[in-house]
Design a protein around this ligand. Structure first.
Ligand code: ARG
Length: 572
């Protein structure tokens, strides 16, 4: 597809001496008010170079550009050249581009041969997969999809929290108060109750903590009985997590979690020693980071057991060796900012220049209208329950609104779960937000159901004009773009045109909400077009041209929804 801005820069370059095409490119503006044209070129800076008054320069340029087929109109207003693209040329170029690329419209190959690791979700085993985990899971999945679409070679890693002293606690608690049947029947809820019980009892009897530490050391030493219990808890947890991943349509390439690094820690400790970074403090080993304005990083405890941060250092070193990544991305809550700053600094101090390629992508908190959660006290809202509730409520809405669907169950799932994902990806990720049922399932606001519904509406128009749609697609060259040059058609098409740029920007900023907001704009633009114009008109040429625009809109919304990890229902 033509890059219109580049094309304009080239034209301007022919008329102006003394500036490079690149410099001109940087000077071209996109006016916020479309009455000032699609592109504008300010001439103030040229006064010195050309020894002329800026309005005169603008006038000269405007006159020269007027003859170009690229424009419907070129005006000079004060010192600006305002350019109005030829709507026909623009439409033809855009629609042929979208139709040619279809599913891949918006994609690119800028990431070719570059490996990007996207680490996300990473829940802790034997603990509930609760609503707080939705953020990393859904934001991470979308970032993965965006990078994949941009042509990167992606690896999805679930860095499971499957190691650490809490497993000592779990095992102690299980041995004292638990039994196998309960765990088999309802694994996570039961294990959670053990965890809660442990903390209650440990308040009365502090020696339990000591006992738990010893059990974890036995696990680290690979004692068969501890390993068996740990493995069992892990398997049962993964079964539950996978149910949620399946509902969300999320997959991973690797589940190498914290335990995977248990035998790779010694190497880290040796490297730190060799680099003279390790200091003894009270029997424990630390890396002093005072110089960098951070508290010390605790690498091994008094009893020699390793810590979360040690495993992250080991994981990064392993990933570099194993994957030779271009970028290693971590989608983890902003509460862990310090943790990431610390260990990435340590990687740098070890002399690895690739420390700059390890990127922590933080996000804010999600809270519930109903109040706060606390794992220790057993007050949790399970993500699975939230997703099920979203699906059930959507079913009610569909029945109540008498929405036409292929299958109530499938549509309710696509829309209900999509709604939760969409809300999650609507705001800048760093913002805290309150999970609100009213907002999630509103079909009219800037929500998932609204965008999906708009997609289904476009699909329905295409179905109703099926023969003409097929004909228009097959004979694209004969399409008469003159029928789709009205303002609402044109505003809509400009939004579609920007989609590839939007995807690239979302990738650069690790910000899926840029895509979310843009497809809301496209949906609104489409609904305005739908409202302003009759699409399935008598005149066949007019109908076909309009259907092409509907087709391109539908494809773009669909591609956008896919990048968020959502389905695009054909009917609803
Ligand atoms: N399991 C951790 C938690 O639930 C998140 C892990 C984040 N990833 C990492 N490489 N540290 O808090």
């Amino acid at each position: 597809m033509i890059n219109f801005k580049e094309e304009i820069a080239a034209l301007l370059n022919e008329t102006i001496d003394g500036l490079s095409a690149g410099e001109i490119m940087d000077m071209i503006e996109i006016p916020t008010d479309s009455k000032m044209g699609d592109y504008a070129f300010p001439c103030f800076k040229l006064a010195k170079l050309l020894r002329k008054a800026p309005p005169m320069i603008a006038q000269g340029i405007a006159e020269k550009l007027q003859g170009s087929e690229l424009f419907d109109k070129v005006e000079n207003v004060n010192a600006y050249v305002n350019m109005f693209l030829s709507r026909k040329v623009f439409m033809k170029e855009l629609l042929s581009g979208v139709i040619e690329m279809n599913d891949s419209f918006g994609s690119s190959d800028i990431g070719r041969n570059r490996k990007v690791i996207v680490e996300f979700s990473s829940p802790n085993i034997a603990k509930p997969f609760h609503i707080g985990h939705i953020r990393s899971t859904v934001i991470g999945n979308s970032i993965y999809k965006i990078y994949d679409f941009l042509g990167y070679d992606t690896v999805r890693i679930n860095h499971l929290g499957d190691y650490g002293t809490q497993f000592g606690k779990m095992i102690v608690s299980f041995r004292r108060w638990g039994n196998e049947e309960d765990v088999n029947r309802e694994p996570i809820k039961t294990l959670l109750s053990y965890y809660v019980k442990f903390h209650e009892e440990a308040e009365k009897d502090p020696t339990l903590e000591e006992e738990a530490r010893n059990v974890f050391t036995r696990l680290e030493n690979k004692e068969p009985e501890e390993v068996r219990l740990w493995q069992w808890f892990r398997d049962e947890s993964l079964k539950e997590f996978n149910r949620v991943y399946e509902m969300l349509g999320i997959k991973f390439d690797s589940y190498a979690g914290e335990s995977f690094y248990s035998d790779k820690m010694e190497n880290v400790i040796n490297m730190l020693k060799e680099a003279d970074l390790l200091k003894e403090s009270d029997g424990a080993n630390i890396v002093d980071l005072e110089e960098y304005g951070m508290s010390p990083a605790l690498i091994t405890k008094k009893d020699g057991s390793s810590l979360y941060i040690t495993r992250d250092i080991a994981a990064a070193v392993y990933r570099k060796e194993h994957y030779d990544f271009y970028k290693n991305l971590y989608i983890v809550a902003s509460q862990q900012n310090l943790h990431f700053q610390q260990w990435i600094k340590i990687i740098e101090l070890l002399g690895y220049d690739w420390s700059k390629d390890c990127v922590h992508i933080p996000f804010g908190l999600v809270s519930l209208e109903e109040g706060t959660m606390s794992t220790r006290h057993g007050r949790v809202v399970f993500l699975e329950d939230v997703l099920n509730r979203a699906v059930n409520q959507t079913k009610d809405i569909i029945l109540e609104k008498n929405v036409n669907t292929d299958s109530l169950d499938i549509t309710a799932k696509q829309v209900g779960i999509g709604a939760v994902i969409f809300q999650e990806l609507s705001n800048n990720r760093i913002k805290d937000y309150v999970f609100s049922w009213d907002k999630v399932l509103n079909f009219e606001g800037e929500t998932g159901p609204y965008v999906q519904y708009t997609h289904a509406r476009a699909a329905s128009v295409l179905r109703n004009g099926e023969e003409s749609t097929n004909h228009a697609l097959a004979a694209f060259d004969q399409a008469n773009m003159g029928y789709i040059t009205g303002d609402s058609a044109y505003e809509l098409s400009k939004l579609i045109y920007r989609f590839p740029e939007i995807v690239a920007e979302a990738g650069e900023k690790y910000e899926p909400s840029i895509v979310t907001r843009h497809i809301v704009n496209i949906a609104q633009g489409f609904n305005k077009f739908y409202h302003d114009e009759h699409i399935l008109v008598q005149n066949e040429d007019e109908k076909m041209a309009k259907l092409l625009l509907v087709y391109a809109t539908k494809q773009t919304i669909q591609n956008g929804l896919k990048l968020l990890g959502m389905e695009a229902p054909e009917r609803m």
